[in-house]
Design a protein around this ligand. Structure first.
Ligand SMILES: NC(=O)c1ccc[n+]([C@@H]2O[C@H](COP(=O)([O-])OP(=O)(O)OC[C@H]3O[C@@H](n4cnc5c(N)ncnc54)[C@H](O)[C@@H]3O)[C@@H](O)[C@H]2O)c1
Ligand SMILES: O=C(O)[C@H](O)COP(=O)(O)O
Length: 410
């Protein structure tokens, strides 16, 4: 049975995985949420299935997979917080069907990614990775051969969103020319030029940097054909998602000397914890910078994300607001005064709202405020009623056909 009445805050159990920043914990404490369990690493599906029934909120980063099976066992789960940008690790459709909104931090770590990519680009242009490796082996590779300034070179940005646009601005400050390719029409910032096709961007760029989300269209977006279209001696950077690049094809292109260098932060399969082995066809290739998915891992980003996502979870818990949820109709709500608040999540089918309103009419309960938002499949309606009336209404609302979840707040 899912939670029907909001508990006292100190009884609400929160599970935070993957070293979610202390700033989140402080936010929860400040708002009276003290039952917090923290883990520094991710949990496997099995581990989650064994414990998820205890928790009302779960906070994760990019490593924890929240599958349909996990949601099926999460009887008390009220909401999920992804303390990162990506939500591809969560079955957000399954979450919806169980009436669980998923929140994330859509931009708090974007500057950190842009800065890392900029630094890597300069390192690759100067052939620092191979010179660094040579020094570690006791060799002395002092040469200007193949080393270039960034000034005057062309940076091609694939995916001109929060990260891509910031990177473009930073690169122009170095005197680079910026071109970009995006499936949406985007406002060009600075002197950046939009390219009509991915192929033309690849053929024009000295450095290609990928900043697209993981979608069916971006799966292996850069494979053997695309690598062959890149200029001989050009560089590839991927700090987006590991599924975007065919790493075997990249390794072959690097070994053949076509692509001259690469910086890769994300991988199709990443170790679940810092003690697991990292396996990749790029290991041992000197001209590649490999980083363990740390594009967004700065103190500044993590602290801001901690606050941002914790506040979204607290708001949903305290007043039902779903503003900026990634899988749910968005409702922005004022705090209720002198009333009880009922939250009703239902299938968006003809007649459901009518039946909800009939419950109130039959019980002669007045709705003081009502807020509704729907998408093509889901409806979320929030109703404030006089104190003391909510319990009777809840008992009837639960039986309205199409109800996914119904709760009373305070
Ligand atoms: N390495 C890290 O630690 C790290 C940190 C943050 C984000 N990321 C990844 O970076 C990605 C981009 O982040 P963002 O904040 O810039 O996202 P964003 O949503 O602001 O921008 C993504 C852009 O890609 C475009 N796009 C989508 N599909 C495309 C396609 N097939 N071809 C071309 N363009 C396409 C979108 O229209 C959008 O403009 C995130 O989805 C996340 O996976 C990684
Ligand atoms: O989606 C994101 O924001 C990035 O991939 C970073 O994920 P992380 O918080 O697990 O480092």
């Amino acid at each position: 049975m899912s939670q029907e009445y909001s508990l006292a805050k100190e009884k609400i159990k929160i599970l935070l995985l993957e070293g979610v920043h202390e700033s989140a914990v402080e936010c929860f404490y400040q708002q009276g949420y003290t039952e917090i369990v923290q883990h520094s690493s991710a949990m496997s599906e099995e581990e989650l299935i064994a414990c998820v029934h205890e928790y009302h909120f779960i906070g994760i980063r990019s490593r924890t997979q929240l599958t349909e099976q996990v949601f099926a066992h999460a009887k008390k789960l009220i909401a999920v917080g992804c303390f990162c940008i990506g939500t591809n690790q969560v079955d957000t459709v399954a979450a919806r069907t169980y009436g669980v909104p998923v929140f994330n931090a859509p931009f708090s770590n974007t500057r950190s990614v842009a800065e890392l990519v900029l630094a890597e680009m300069i390192m690759l242009l100067r052939k620092v990775p191979e010179k660094n490796m040579a020094c570690h082996r006791g060799e002395w590779l002092k040469t200007a051969q193949g080393a270039h300034e960034a000034r005057g070179k062309t940076l091609g940005i694939v995916g001109y969103g929060h990260i891509g646009t910031q990177l473009g601005i930073l690169a122009e400050l170095l005197g680079m020319q910026v071109v970009f390719y995006d499936i949406e029409t985007k406002l060009s910032l600075g002197n950046a030029r939009s390219m009509k096709t991915l192929d033309s961007l690849l053929a024009h760029s000295d450095v290609v940097s990928l900043h697209v989300p993981e979608t069916p269209q971006t799966q292996l977006m850069i494979g053997p054909e695309q690598l062959a279209q890149m200029k001989p001696g050009s560089l590839l950077i991927n700090a987006s998602r590991g599924t975007v690049v065919d790493l075997d094809a990249l390794a072959a292109s690097l070994k053949a000397g076509h692509v001259a260098g690469a910086a890769i932060d994300v991988f199709p399969v990443e170790p679940k914890s810092n003690t697991d082995e990292f396996i990749s066809p790029l290991r041992g290739i000197d001209q590649v910078i490999l980083t363990p998915h740390v594009g967004g891992s700065t103190q500044e980003a993590q602290e801001n994300i901690g606050v941002e996502v914790a506040q979204k979870l607290i708001k949903y818990s305290d007043n039902g607001s779903t503003l900026s949820a990634v899988n749910f109709p968005e409702v922005a709500l004022p705090t209720q005064h002198d009333s009880s608040r009922l939250l009703h999540i239902h299938l968006n089918k003809p007649g459901v709202l009518n039946q909800i309103n009939q419950v109130f009419a039959a019980l002669n309960v007045n709705i003081t405020s009502q807020y509704l938002q729907t998408d093509s499949e889901l409806g979320y309606v929030v109703m404030d009623v006089e104190h003391g009336k909510a319990k009777a209404v809840l008992n009837e609302l639960k039986n309205v056909p199409g109800t996914i979840r119904c709760r009373v707040l305070h």
